[in-house]
Design a protein around this ligand. Sequence first.
Ligand code: NAD
Length: 257
Amino acid sequence: MNRVLGKVAIVTGGAMGIGKACALMLAREGAMVVVTDIDAASGGAVAGQIERENGKAIFVKHDVASESDWSVVMRDTLATFGRLDVLVNNAGIGTVGTIEEATLEAWRHLMSINCDGVFLGMRYAIAAMKASGGGSIVNLSSILGLVGDGVAAAYCSSKGAVRLMSKSAALHCAKSGYKIRVNSVHPGYIETPMVEHFLDLAAERRAQTLKDIEALHPLGHIGDASDVAYGVLYLSSDESKFVTGSELVIDGGYTAQ
Ligand SMILES: NC(=O)c1ccc[n+]([C@@H]2O[C@H](COP(=O)([O-])OP(=O)(O)OC[C@H]3O[C@@H](n4cnc5c(N)ncnc54)[C@H](O)[C@@H]3O)[C@@H](O)[C@H]2O)c1
């Protein structure tokens, strides 16, 4: 209980999947949460659920690829809660395609969300956290930021970039004495709308594709969103005060082999 009591946290892509689980868990542990997403209906519902559970939350419509949207999110966060302690850069998209299949247009779209979004979020958060006396930034990378997958050329590239962007920012913040920690999280396959959509693409081979994916995880199944949210909660809390520039792998053993 109260592992992040009184902290102000922004969770991007908080309308569903891992982001929703993070927003709900941070709120249940005492944080005031700014839920952001391009999906206003679902994002607003998450903020509403937090309020119904006697937590504190607002929803801000937000495309993480847009710098002007980031300035609105920060303005609304500071106007409502007065400070920023935690940023969870969770919003991201996945595409399927080999290096030969990926188009430049699709590559740029994915990079604008998965990389520009994290880059902009860190810049805006660092400015606000410096004023609040410190904080924690948690960036969602992936197992595919650690190992390759031939049919996910753009996605692997973006998640590898998030991994090292996090370390560069962590070093800069530590050496500048900002008391801002930056870490990346690397989930294996997690049961969310993103993975549901991926399985739907397999059409009549859906059940077999799920079995094949489960078999890649030595624990024998894919994860659920709370498996990742517990890790994000730890990195958001002061329990991880000596942890920066690190990679928290939550993957059922996928990358251990
Ligand atoms: N699910 C997995 O297996 C898995 C594994 C490893 C890493 N991840 C990463 O975790 C994060 C969350 O994944 P998920 O599975 O919950 O995804 P999801 O698709 O289920 O949910 C993503 C959320 O982000 C929002 N979003 C999309 N584009 C946005 C934008 N431009 N601006 C703001 N919000 C936007 C969507 O509306 C949605 O609410 C992503 O960064 C993803 O790459 C997921």
